[in-house]
Write a protein that binds this ligand. Structure first.
Ligand code: NAD
Length: 453
């Protein structure tokens, strides 16, 4: 019997629907079909691939409401944010449709009669394995960059939003030649079967660090090129010269947006003793208002809620104090309240591990230096934010934090098209931006000279 995934609504626990899990044979067949389609697609001119991708982006724009609604049903993402995620996906596809044809190489001149240049060639077949927390935007980035550079793709969306992933595949692939994009649904077993196949050229994984590490280990045997954009444990370091209410707003946006289910959510907070008390009071107020005004998304499912509550309970058992939240509410669905914990220590799970929920754990520090030092002692290396009015402290943070992105005075700051290289347990390679075009291609060096005359 074929295995199935049933998705339950995070809002009320009712069934959203059931889809089959692709078996090992299914994924092998999908990769073989993508391989068969890859030669013709690689030989399609970059300009034509860009035009086709633009048509696919237009098709996604036409289905934006439908995909956003599916995402909200499956993952609980707030409707406006789900719509924003699809719009971001459309924007990314359009960006790659423009960038693909102008993705260029280098040339050198060894002598007047010789030429040396580089050609960026498609790698072949890409397996894209994606998460649920921004399923359309994240998938659109990987698919757009892979397709426009001439690769064919087998996409496995998350088992937590398989209907969103399957529908995204239908909408995009209708605009593409047959088998250039194939979507397979399923859970970790399907992902494992897919990413271990020897006949792949790239595995691009966005998801948890544990999965990324398993994929990287398997890749040592298959030799596939791996791009990993994985988990984070992002610190927020707050200096004593900033307005504590503004700092609390920043902390709340960072920790509670999408109920804390963002890779670059604020995961741990180091606040200077000089403003700690008004900051904590204001942050608890921010949490309280989200817990009463209905603006907080639910967690994706009960499994996630149990994990988040396990981290919170461990902190409370070890001496942290809850200023707000920290209790599982009654009723169906998988909601969890915005939670503020004080008196945390670095060895608690809420501080040392990614807690994928609306939890703001706080540790009071005696100096900005101490905050930075604690922020830097971590196995993850995704991003970090500091709030300070002092240029010297901002410079110190930029120099000392070993992360892919350092943000000063805005927890979700960043320019459009931005990309970063995550470090250590947070992954490897560029998963976004123009640099993703480099990841999806391999460079051939050409040397040409005249025969002797
Ligand atoms: P996950 O790794 O559990 O799942 C992601 C995908 O990997 C899913 O499609 C899943 O089925 C598949 N998968 C699971 N186990 C696998 C295995 N052994 N082999 C192959 N595939 C497997 O992650 P998730 O829970 O869906 O997503 C949340 C995580 O993703 C968080 O850690 C978050 O920080 C991270 N994330 C990172 C970024 C980034 O850009 N750095 C962006 C979004 C999410």
């Amino acid at each position: 019997m074929t295995a199935e995934i049933t998705v339950l609504s995070p809002h009320d626990g009712t069934s959203v629907g059931t889809l089959p899990c692709a078996s090992e044979d299914d994924v092998r067949g999908a990769v073989a079909a993508a391989r068969a389609a890859s030669r013709a697609w690689a030989r399609t001119s970059p300009e034509e691939r860009g035009t086709i991708l633009r048509t696919a982006a237009d098709a996604l724009a036409e289905h934006a409401e439908e995909l956003a609604a599916l995402n909200t049903q499956e993952t609980g993402k707030l409707p406006d944010e789900a719509r924003g995620g699809v719009e971001a996906g459309v924007g990314t596809l359009r960006q790659y449709a423009e960038l693909g044809p102008v993705h260029r190489g280098h040339s050198l001149r060894g002598s007047a009669l010789a030429g040396d240049w580089t050609v960026a060639e498609p790698r072949g077949v890409v397996a894209a394995v994606t998460p649920w927390n921004d399923p359309v935007a994240v998938a659109a980035g990987l698919l757009g960059a892979a397709l426009v550079t001439g690769n064919t793709v087998v996409h496995k969306p998350s088992e937590r939003c398989p209907h969103t992933g399957a529908r995204l595949g239908e909408v995009l692939s209708a605009a593409l030649p047959r088998d250039v994009l194939i979507t397979v649904t399923g859970g970790p077993d399907t992902g494992r079967a897919l990413t271990r196949l020897p006949d792949l050229d790239v595995v691009a994984h966005v998801g948890s660090s544990a999965t990324g590490e398993a994929i990287a280990r398997a890749a040592v045997e298959t030799g596939v090129h791996v791009i990993r954009e994985n988990g984070g444990n992002d610190p927020l370091v707050i200096d004593d010269d900033v307005d504590p209410s503004w700092a609390a707003e920043q902390a709340a946006i960072g920790a509670f947006t999408n109920a804390g289910q963002i890779c670059t959510s604020v995961e741990r907070i180091y606040v200077h003793r000089g403003i700690a008390e008004p900051f904590l009071e204001a942050l608890a107020g921010q949490a309280r208002s989200r817990n009463t005004d209905g603006s907080l998304a639910p967690l994706v499912d009960h499994r996630m809620r149990e994990e988040v509550h396990r981290h919170v309970t461990e902190a409370l058992d070890r001496g942290a104090t809850a200023l707000e939240g920290a209790r599982i509410p009654d009723g169906a669905g998988s909601s969890y309240p915005a939670t503020v914990l004080r008196d945390c220590t670095d060895d608690m799970l809420v501080m040392s591990e990614e807690t994928f929920g609306p939890v703001a754990p706080v540790l009071v520090v005696e100096s900005f230096d101490e905050g930075l030092r604690r922020a830097a002692e971590d196995r993850y290396g995704l991003a970090a934010t500091v709030l300070t009015g002092r240029i010297s402290h901002a410079q110190q943070a930029i120099a000392e934090l070993e992360v892919g992105t350092v943000k000063v005075n805005n927890v979700f700051g960043g320019a459009p098209g931005g990309a970063a290289q995550p470090r250590r347990a947070s992954g490897d390679g560029f998963g976004y931006g123009p640099e993703l075009l480099d990841e999806m291609t391999q460079v051939k060096v050409v040397h040409v000279e005249m025969p002797p005359v």
